[in-house]
Design a protein around this ligand. Structure first.
Ligand code: HEC
Length: 110
C-alpha cells in the first residue's frame, strides 16, 4: 500500500466513524422524542417541523433554557426540569435539528 492510499483510507475510516456517531445520536433523539414528546406534539416529523434549525438551536441553547421555559406551567414541566431531560437534551436537539422544517430531511419513521 502506498503512503497516499493509506492516508486516504484513514480519512475514509475517520469520516465513517463520525457519521456513525452522529446518526446514533439522532436515532437516540428520535427514540427520546417518541417516548417523551409525541403524546403532546405528534409524531417526529410533525414535532421537528415545529421549528427551523436555527430555532431549534436557540431553544436548546444554555442547556435548553428556552425550551424549558416554554413548558413552565404545562404537564411536561416536571420532565423538563428533571435530570432525565438534561441527559437526553443533546440527542433530542440532534434529532430535532436534523429534521427542522428548513432542513429538507424527513425522518424515515416516526
Ligand atoms: C404534557 C405535554 C407536553 C410534553 C410531554 C411536551 N410538550 Fe412541548 N409544549 C407543550 C405545551 C402545552 C406547550 C406550549 C403551548 C404550545 O406552544 O404549543 C409546548 C411548547 C413547546 C415548544 C414551543 C412551541 C413554540 O411555538 O415555540 C416546543 C419547541 C416544544 N414544546 C417541544 C417539545 C419537546 C421537544 C418535547 C419532548 C422533549 C416536548 N415539547 C414535550 C406540551 C408538551
Amino acid at each position: 500500500m502506498t503512503k497516499s492510499t493509506s492516508l486516504l483510507l484513514a480519512t475514509v475510516v475517520a469520516f465513517g466513524m463520525m457519521a456513525t456517531t452522529a446518526s446514533a445520536d439522532i436515532k437516540k433523539g428520535q427514540k427520546g422524542y417518541l417516548k417523551t414528546c409525541k403524546n403532546c406534539h405528534g409524531n417526529g416529523t410533525k414535532g421537528a417541523a415545529m421549528h427551523t434549525q436555527a430555532e431549534w438551536e436557540a431553544l436548546f441553547a444554555n442547556e435548553g433554557a428556552s425550551i424549558i421555559e416554554k413548558h413552565k406551567g404545562t404537564k411536561a414541566e416536571t420532565y423538563f426540569t428533571s435530570p432525565g431531560f438534561k441527559g437526553s437534551a443533546q440527542d433530542l436537539r440532534d434529532f430535532l435539528f436534523e429534521y427542522g422544517n428548513d432542513s429538507g430531511n424527513v425522518p424515515s419513521c416516526g
